[in-house]
Design a protein around this ligand. Structure first.
Ligand code: OAD
Length: 250
C-alpha cells in the first residue's frame, strides 16, 4: 500500500469506528520539539542522561539527577501540542474516542484538550516526597533550578529531595494508570498507535490486548515495529497524517 492509500484506509477506519483508543509514544511529540529516545537524534544518544534516569541514580545524587534532566523538563514545559495531539482531543470531543494511553511524561495530550489520559510512565508535572508522600507541583521547582536559584527541590515538611512522578528505570508502573490502560485496550474496536517503537515492556504489551479483544489497529510510525503485520501501517510523519485526518473529519 502507498502512504496515500494507507492514510485513506486509516481515516476510513477512524470514520467507521465509535470506540477508539489511542496509544502514544515519544514520536507524537517530536514535532513539538521534544526528542524521542531511539531515533538518531533521540535522548538515548546521551549516555549521561540514560545513566541519570534511574531510581538508584536519583537516590545517590538528586542534584546530579536534576542537573542532567532540567533541560528536558524545561523544553517540555515550553512545548505546544502537535496536530496529532489535537486529532485525539477532537475525536474524544466528537464522542468517538474513549481514552488515550500514553508512554509520554510531557502532558501534551491534556494541553491539547484530551480529558481521559492514562500516563503509564507517569508525568513530569507533579512530584512526591519519598518520605511523607506529600504531593508537589514541580513547575516552580524546575523554574528555580533553571535560573540557578535551586539545586534540589526539598519537601517543605521533611526536607528530603522530592522525586518527579516519572517512572525511572528500576521502578514499577503506576497501578491505576496501568489498570485504566488495560481497560482502554479491552474496550476499543479500533486502536490508534502513534509514534512508538513498541520495544519497551510492559507498555508494549498493551496493543496485543486490544488485538486479542478483536480490535483493528492503525499504526503511524516512521520506523518499522513488531506489530506492523497486525495493523494498517502509515509510514509517514504524524503531522502529515493528523492534518489529513483532521481535514477529513471536519
Ligand atoms: P522511541 O524513541 O523508542 O520510539 C519513537 C518512535 O517514534 C520511533 O520508532 C520513530 O520512528 C517514531 N517517530 C519519531 N518522530 C515521528 C514523527 N514525527 N512521526 C511519526 N513517527 C515518529 O519512543 P517510545 O516508543 O515512546 O520509558 O519509547 C518507549 C519508552 O522508552 C519511553 O516511554 C521511555 C523509554 O525508555 C521510560 O522512560 C520509562
Amino acid at each position: 500500500m502507498s502512504t496515500l492509500e494507507s492514510t485513506q484506509e486509516a481515516i476510513r477506519l477512524i470514520q467507521a469506528s465509535g470506540r477508539i483508543s489511542a496509544f502514544s509514544g515519544a514520536g507524537i511529540s517530536t514535532e513539538a520539539g521534544i526528542p524521542d529516545f531511539r531515533s538518531p537524534s533521540g535522548m538515548w544518544q546521551d549516555p549521561d542522561l540514560v545513566e541519570q534516569l534511574s531510581l538508584s541514580a536519583f537516590r545517590d545524587s538528586p542534584e546530579q539527577f536534576y542537573r542532567a534532566s532540567i533541560g528536558l523538563f524545561r523544553t517540555i514545559a515550553r512545548a505546544e501540542p502537535t496536530p496529532a495531539h489535537r486529532l485525539l482531543a477532537r475525536l474524544e470531543e466528537a464522542g468517538k474516542l474513549d481514552a488515550v494511553v500514553t508512554q509520554n511524561i510531557d502532558g501534551l495530550h491534556q494541553k491539547a484538550g484530551s480529558r481521559k489520559v492514562f500516563e503509564v510512565h507517569g508525568t513530569y508535572r507533579t512530584g512526591h516526597c519519598p518520605q511523607c508522600g506529600g504531593a508537589f507541583d514541580m513547575d516552580p521547582f524546575y523554574r528555580a533550578i533553571e535560573s540557578g536559584r535551586l539545586k534540589v527541590p526539598l519537601c517543605s515538611r521533611c526536607r528530603v529531595p522530592v522525586k518527579p512522578d516519572i517512572v525511572l528505570f528500576e521502578e514499577l508502573l503506576p497501578e491505576d494508570a496501568w489498570k485504566g490502560a488495560v481497560g482502554a485496550m479491552e474496550q476499543c474496536d479500533l486502536l490508534l498507535v502513534l509514534g512508538s517503537s513498541l520495544v519497551v515492556y510492559p507498555a508494549a504489551e498493551l496493543p496485543s490486548i486490544a488485538l486479542a479483544s478483536g480490535a483493528r489497529m492503525v499504526l503511524v510510525n516512521l520506523d518499522p515495529t513488531v506489530y506492523d503485520r497486525s495493523a494498517v501501517v502509515v509510514r509517514d510523519r504524524l503531522g502529515n497524517f493528523a492534518e489529513a485526518a483532521l481535514a477529513a473529519l471536519r
